[in-house]
Design a protein around this ligand. Structure first.
Ligand SMILES: Nc1nc2c(c(=O)[nH]1)N[C@H]1C(S)=C(S)[C@@H](COP(=O)(O)O)O[C@H]1N2
Ligand SMILES: [Mo]
Length: 312
């Protein structure tokens, strides 16, 4: 479906991208901070850590698929709306406010927050609660490495993230699709888990606007909606934040949102998932959904004493 209007030769699949990168070679090591001050959206980033621990056996979708099929309701509810409507979204300069239960609160320039951090590539499958999935080679830094800089205190049990509110730039916010702002939350343990990632790029380029530029969360064992985009605020709190989707429909969306084939969403079975762009319209390719999206070994201990059917 996505490839219809694109010539096959223009599709950037991951293998071609790797070959081309090998051909370009060399280049200076790019840290996340430098990227924001010097590199434009179209520039390929030449050096980053390829973290082989993440993404074994996963085959990334094409760049066009990843950037042409998005959920970002601030820019419209259609899957192709964000690509179209976020074109001129201004992400530089970008400030992030840090508040709540930590030592170093304040408003910081994004490039200062992540300066000197080596960028890392991680390949993760994004499993949307709407029962589809795609595989994305993200570029970014671990959430833990960023949060530690603000020195959260012992009252910091949860972390709340907020997306920018800007009706002029984000036309979707003029409509009551959600009770804007878009808010998400994690327990501090979930946030500090080594899998939790802040993406600032994908496919070796700066993050396209439709994918949540300039910084978005990626929590690979949870449904896609937890991975909040275009973050402007990080708040440490003692009490559990109410996330936007839970507020909208508490019977459909919980706080945890862990990928779980055994707990169905009221409107969608979660047993299987459609793989975006694979198979035809009438015979989409599907796969069995895995508990915690396949990351049981890394995260199951976080939910040892929780009834996952109640705490969905
Ligand atoms: N601010 C914001 N973040 C968001 C969303 C949104 O509408 N607004 N949609 C979520 C949903 S439902 C999914 S599945 C993922 C999609 O990420 P992608 O479009 O980059 O693949 O982003 C999540 N983050
Ligand atoms: Mo989603």
């Amino acid at each position: 479906m996505i490839k219809n209007n694109i010539k096959e030769s223009e599709v950037t699949d991951y293998k071609h991208y790797l070959n081309r990168r090998a051909f370009i070679g060399g280049g200076l090591a790019i840290t996340a901070g430098v990227m924001f001050s010097k590199i434009t959206n179209a520039t390929t980033i030449n050096n980053y850590l390829k973290n082989k621990n993440y993404g074994k056996g996963l085959e990334p979708h094409s760049y066009e698929e990843i950037t042409g099929y998005n959920n970002f309701y601030e820019f419209g509810t259609g899957k192709r709306d964000p690509e179209k409507n976020a074109k001129n979204f201004k992400t530089k300069p970008w400030n992030v406010t840090v508040a709540g239960e930590c030592k170093k609160t304040g408003t910081f320039l994004l490039e200062d927050i992540i300066k000197n951090q080596q960028l890392e590539e991680r390949i993760y499958r994004l499993r949307c609660v709407e029962a589809w999935s795609m595989v994305i080679p993200w570029l970014g830094v671990s959430v833990a490495s960023v949060l530690k800089k603000f020195e959260p205190n012992s009252k910091a049990k949860y972390v709340k993230f907020t997306t920018l509110l800007d009706k002029e730039q984000m036309p979707g916010q003029k409509r009551p699709i959600l009770d804007w702002l878009y808010v998400e939350g994690l327990t501090i343990k979930e946030a500090m888990n080594p899998l939790s990632f802040f993406a600032v790029g994908l496919y070796g380029k700066e993050l396209p606007n439709q994918n949540g530029a300039p910084i978005r969360l990626v929590v690979p064992w949870k449904y896609g909606f937890k991975s909040i985009k275009s973050i402007v605020k990080i708040e440490f709190s003692e009490t559990r934040p109410i996330n936007s989707w839970q507020q909208q429909a508490p019977n459909e969306y919980g706080f945890y949102a862990n990928v779980n084939p055994k707990v169905d969403h009221p409107r969608w079975s979660q047993k299987r998932e459609r793989i975006i762009g694979r198979g035809g319209f009438f015979s989409p390719e599907k796969r069995d959904t895995e508990l915690f999206n396949g990351y049981q070994a890394q995260v199951a201990h976080l939910y040892k004493n929780l009834d996952l059917a109640k705490n969905f």
